[in-house]
Design a binder for this molecule. Structure first.
Ligand SMILES: [Zn+2]
Length: 266
């Protein structure tokens, strides 16, 4: 085994992964939206695990109150751009990984150009506007979206493939409403540090399985876990016939990949 592959021998030893699976990781690419509590562990495991190219996007700088859970950063990074600090740490960890930082916030103007360049997207953001935007463009560009969110001691994770006839998108689950816009967000609410580590790491595991084409897909499912009661649950998600993103008759963009024909079965 070459020295480059030796790094991943404990992956290659897994029967479901093997050399073939590791090669898929090495030729794969993932985009991470948001380099906070979820994005830090996700990026670290994806880079260490051999994903060939990782994009990561955030327009924020490191603050002292981030350090309790955003484990890529330390005291010296306070005031520094998150993507700059993250790139330094990730490059030291995985020198062969192509690291593409974007010191920007995802917007309707840049979303298509950024998302189209990757095989798969992780939503590690902390606000509903970004979540809706990521979802909309992932549906349009047919990119699997691995989405997680955390609150206090709890978290949830799902994969969305909303362009498929029987698979829901994020907005099927969370219809846009005034109430949601006022819901608490991670930037302003409490969260136990390790819970972000659990769910960011799960996002990395789900993304790796998607890239390798192994395991049971989390598309159409949501997995929830509480670090207070230690209960976990996996529930089915349905496509919503009135979903404005994956089922709407009036598509927001002309080349929108989906239409009403896929919907209404539920
Ligand atoms: Zn939908």
């Amino acid at each position: 085994m070459g020295s480059k592959l030796q790094r991943f021998e404990r992956h290659i030893d897994i029967p479901e992964v093997g050399l073939e699976g590791q090669k898929k990781l090495l030729s794969g690419s993932v985009l991470i939206i948001g380099m906070g509590g979820l994005g830090c562990p996700a990026a670290l495991y994806l880079a260490a695990g051999g994903v060939g190219r990782i994009g990561f996007m955030d327009d924020d700088t490191v603050s002292l109150s981030n350090l309790q859970r955003q484990v890529l950063y330390d005291d010296h990074d306070v005031g520094v751009s998150k993507v700059t600090a993250a790139k330094r740490k990730l490059a030291a960890h995985a020198p062969d990984c192509v690291l593409e930082e974007q010191d920007a916030r995802l917007s309707p103007e840049n979303a298509a150009a950024v998302i189209t360049r990757y095989d798969l997207v992780l939503d590690c953001s902390d606000n509903f506007n970004t979540r809706y935007l990521v979802n909309e463009f992932c549906v349009r560009l047919k990119k699997p979206l691995v989405s997680a969110s955390v609150y206090h001691h709890e978290g949830q994770i799902s994969t969305f493939r909303g362009w498929e006839a029987d698979k829901p998108c994020y907005q099927c689950l969370y219809p846009k409403s005034e109430k949601l816009a006022l819901a608490p967000q991670c930037t302003e609410d409490g969260i136990l540090g390790p819970v972000t580590g659990i769910f960011g790491s799960m996002q990395a595991a789900v993304a790796m399985n998607e890239l390798m084409g192994i395991g049971e897909s989390l598309a159409g499912w949501m997995m929830m876990f509480s670090a207070l009661t230690y209960d976990s649950q996996k529930v089915r998600l349905k496509k919503r016939a009135s979903c404005e993103t994956c089922c709407a008759m009036k598509a927001p963009i002309e080349d929108y990949v989906n239409n009403g024909a896929n919907c209404g079965t539920n």
